[in-house]
Structures are given as C-alpha cells and as structure tokens.
Write a protein that binds this ligand. Structure first.
Ligand SMILES: Cc1ncc(COP(=O)(O)O)c(C=O)c1O
Length: 505
C-alpha cells in the first residue's frame, strides 16, 4: 500500500473500516445468495486464466482485493450455501456458524497443547462432551476433533492395528511381524476406508467390500462368509466399518449384528456416522444409535449435519487413552508446554498444529440449542419425504432407494424417444444403458443451468439422481422449483432419440 510503511500492521482505524465493509459484504452475500447462479458453467482453467500468473511485488489495498473476489472468485464458485444447492448432503452454512468462524479468525491460536491454548483445549473437551451427551453415548467414550472423517478413520484403524499387532508403532508392520490384516466395509461404505488402509500400510485390497441387501445395508451372512474365508486363507480379520448413513443412499447398517460378529472374532468395530450419526439426536431416531456402546470408535461429522461450518469432525474412542498411546510423542522443544495434567490434543493424532475448531461449534450449538437443531433436522426430513412423494406419483420416475434420512435417490425411467418399451421397471439392458445416459444428462443440464445443483451416483450398476437436504435456507418452495426443473428437463431429454447418432453434451 502506498500510504503506509511496509512494517507494522494495518493502522487500526483502517482495519476497522475494512471490517465494517467486510461485515456488509458477508451480510449482502447471505441476503442475495438465492438470486445468484448456484454454479458456474465455465471451462476448466477459465478462472486461472483471469488471475495474474505472477506473484504480487507491491502490496494492494483490501478494497482492490475484495473487488477481485467479487469479480473473479464469486462467479467462479459453486455456492454450497445456496438454497438450491442440493448436492451431497445439502450444506450446513448458517449465520451463527459464520459468526463462529469469524470470531475464531482473530484469535488464530495453535491448539496443540493445553499450555499453548488453555481455552481452546478445554472448550474442545467441553463441546466433544456436549455432543456425546446429545448422542446418548456413555462416558467411556471421549473424543478428539479432526478436520474430516477420513482423517478420523485413519487414526481409529491405526489403534486397531496397534492393538492387533503390538509394537507396530515402534517397529513398523514388518518389524512387528504383523499378519496381513483384513478390514470389512459394505459396498456402500465411503472410500475413506481404503484411503486409511493405504495410509496405514494395510493395503487397499485388504479392504473387503461386503455386499448389501435390497435396502443397501450390509449383508450379515455375506460378512460371516468373508471372515471365515479369510481365516482359512490365513488373513487376520482386523476391523469392521459399520456405516450409519451411507454416502449414496444414507442407508444404515445393523450395528448390533455387526457388533456381535466383531465380539466373536475380537475385531475392532468402527462406526462411520459421519453423515447419519448426528440424527441420533432426534428421539425418533434413537434406533440409529443401537449398538454404538459396543463400538471401539465412532466418527461424527457435525459439518455434515449439525450446522458447524466445514471442517469439524469428532472421533470418539471407547477409552481415549488407547488413541493417545499410539500417537503421543513429545519432542524436547515442546516439553515445557506439555507438563500439565490437562489434555494435550497433539497427543491424539499425527497433527501437531491444530486450529481452534471448537469455538465455532460452541457458537453455533449455543445459538441453536438442541431444540433448534432438531427443528431443522425434522424439517429436512419432512422435505425429503415430500420430494419422495412427488417421485412416487410421477410415472416417469422411480425411487432408487428407501428414504431413511434427508437424502433422496431417484431415477428417470422414461418414456424415451426411440425406446418403445421404456417405462417403469420395463427397461431391457440396452434401454437401461440409455436411461443411465439420460439421468446423467438431466443432472448435467440442471447443474449447467446455474438454477440448481444436484448429484448422481450408481446404485446396483444404474445411474441415479440424488438430492440431499440440510441447508437452513432451502424451503418447500425451493424444492418445488427444483422438482419442476427436473420434470421439465426430463421432458427435454426424454425427447432425445438415442438411436439417432448424436453427441450427448
Ligand atoms: C459416510 C461417509 N463417511 C466418510 C466421509 C468422508 O468425510 P470427510 O470429507 O469428512 O473425510 C463421507 C463423505 O461424504 C461420507 O459420506
């Protein structure tokens, strides 16, 4: 900046003015978000091409930088907080959540040890315990906040590995003469199971995908057969990952039955409740938490369901000391800062430097209270049910999976030009392929239109469309608008004769 010495921070009066401007910018964004495109439709590289390739030599004013955010960044965003963003699980942005993020920024501490950040450490312990109480977990479960569920499961499986092959921490898998471990997860479980296995040297292929039944829940008989087979072949069954709220359909594995099998074979039970776990707060969804007390570890992502802004994921471990034993390591330069009896969260994972994530959770959870969060979750469940009803009464569509949580998977089934037989449940293999293409086409066209955003997935080999509700700004009217858009787009793509050669977008 030309009128300021390069040394020292921005003068406080100027900073105050910038903050006020930014406060208005944030409120304006929130106020008008429903009027802008949900997603851009630019070619990859378009944004980079508009940005200077050279790093800046001279400082610039915040006003200039913010103007470029408006000009270059905002139009290039997928606006996850937009009320018509129904991709993945919807989104958890709220005004109090934003305030929580903002109040965290100036503190900018490193929550690695209690001494370096007493309030951050103790508040983390408090919010982890609040969530434990809300979920009805017994006190033996204590936790740690990580950025994501993927990081959480990696830590959980590291403990499982250490307990099954003691001294792996010290000597490594070969030095500890560890067997070849096997981890079981359903064919609907998240790919973070494989990622964790890769990172821990357990091998991607040693994650065995267990088939699911009609409702996309893990098939218990198949799990038993796979474990028996692996035992005969001298593998060592290490862990089962039970998913409560799978990524595609939000189906829920039977945790009590899986727990029984884990007990029989002395295997680690990890519950992936990243998405679905938060719904156990609702009295009518207490069944979701059946069997959880038998788990060794449970992951919950409040940034998916409980209104905490990304990122905030809690790993609970039955007896958290098991996790600490695997990861505590205090270098000399930190010894002075780690003497207190309070927790040092750096001991519970590979990360040393840690953000003060607990503050934003504390702000949003106080702002809504349990009551407020439950009211929103119930509304999202209601909207999902409504949308499913609309699907059921339109012959051109069918539900592709039961609706358990606020996620709806559905498929356009025709009529399709040039496909005489098309219609619900009548498609031959060839027409099914064509219908796959058309379902992708509908999603592609809607997302490219900028009016809404949804995703697609594959279920039993078929392409289906999918929406997730979780955004407090999404109303019934938004959902009606989306349904009209889907119907209209289906009419358009249904008229495409796929037998005539053409390039689908
Ligand atoms: C069921 C489930 N588990 C784990 C994950 C991974 O979550 P994260 O992005 O926090 O690593 C996801 C992501 O969508 C998920 O759906």
């Amino acid at each position: 900046m030309k009128d300021r010495s390069p040394l020292g921070d921005v003068p406080i009066a100027e900073f105050r003015r910038q903050l006020h401007k930014l406060a208005d910018w944030i409120a304006d964004y929130r106020e008008t978000i429903g009027d802008i495109r949900v997603a851009p439709n630019d070619k990859p590289g378009a944004i980079r091409a508009a940005l200077p390739a050279q790093p800046p030599e001279h400082g610039e004013s915040f006003e200039n930088i913010l103007a470029d955010v408006d000009r270059l960044i905002v139009p290039g965003m997928v606006h996850w907080s937009h009320p018509m963003f129904l991709g993945y699980f919807g989104w958890t942005a709220t005004a109090p959540g934003l305030l929580g993020e903002i109040v965290t920024a100036p503190l900018n501490v490193n929550a690695m040890t209690w001494r370096t950040s007493p309030a951050a450490t103790e508040l983390e312990t408090v919010v982890i315990d609040w969530l434990r109480q809300w979920l009805g977990l017994p006190k033996q479960f204590d936790g740690v906040v990580y950025d994501t569920a993927s990081v959480g499961i990696m830590h959980a499986l590291a403990v499982a590995r250490e307990e099954a092959a003691p001294s792996t921490r010290k000597r490594g898998l070969i030095g500890a003469q560890a067997p070849v471990f096997r981890i079981y997860a359903s064919d609907q479980a998240h790919s973070s199971v494989e990622k964790a296995s890769i990172a821990l040297g357990l091998g991607e292929e040693n994650v065995q995908r267990v088939p699911t039944g009609a409702e996309f829940r893990m098939d218990m008989a198949a799990l038993r057969v796979m474990i028996e087979r692996d035992l005969r072949e001298k593998f060592k069954p290490l862990a089962v990952v039970a998913t409560v709220g799978t990524t595609s359909t939000a189906s829920v594995d039977s945790v009590p039955e899986i727990a029984k099998i884990c007990r029989e074979h002395k295997m680690w039970l990890h519950i992936d409740g990243a998405y679905g776990g938060g719904f156990a707060m609702l009295p009518e969804f207490e069944w979701l938490a059946e069997g959880w007390t038998e788990a060794d570890s449970i992951i919950i992502n409040p940034h998916k369901t409980l209104y905490v802004p990304l990122d905030f994921s809690v790993l609970y471990v039955r007896d958290l000391e098991r996790l600490r034993r695997v990861f505590t390591l205090v270098p000399e330069y930190l010894r002075g800062d780690t003497v207190e009896a309070e927790k040092n969260y750096m001991d519970y994972g590979i990360q040393l430097g840690r953000r003060f994530r607990a503050l934003k959770a504390w702000v949003i959870w106080r702002a809504f209270g349990r009551e407020g969060m439950i009211a929103f979750m119930r509304e999202h469940l209601r909207l999902a049910g409504l949308f499913a009803d609309w699907i059921k009464i339109d012959d051109r569509f069918e539900l592709a999976a039961p609706v358990v949580l606020p996620v709806v998977c559905f498929r356009f089934v025709g009529p399709v030009a040039g496909v005489a037989e098309a219609g619900p449940r009548s498609a031959t293999a060839a027409t099914a392929d064509k219908i796959d293409i058309l379902n992708s086409e509908i999603v592609g066209r809607i997302n490219a239109s900028g009016r809404a955003y949804l995703t697609q997935t594959k279920l039993r080999g078929q392409t289906v469309m999918r929406i997730g509700l979780g955004n407090v700004l999404t109303t019934e009217q938004h959902l009606r608008n989306l349904w009209e858009l889907i119907q209209k787009t289906a009419d358009e793509v249904g008229a495409i004769d796929l037998n005539r050669p053409r390039a689908v977008r």
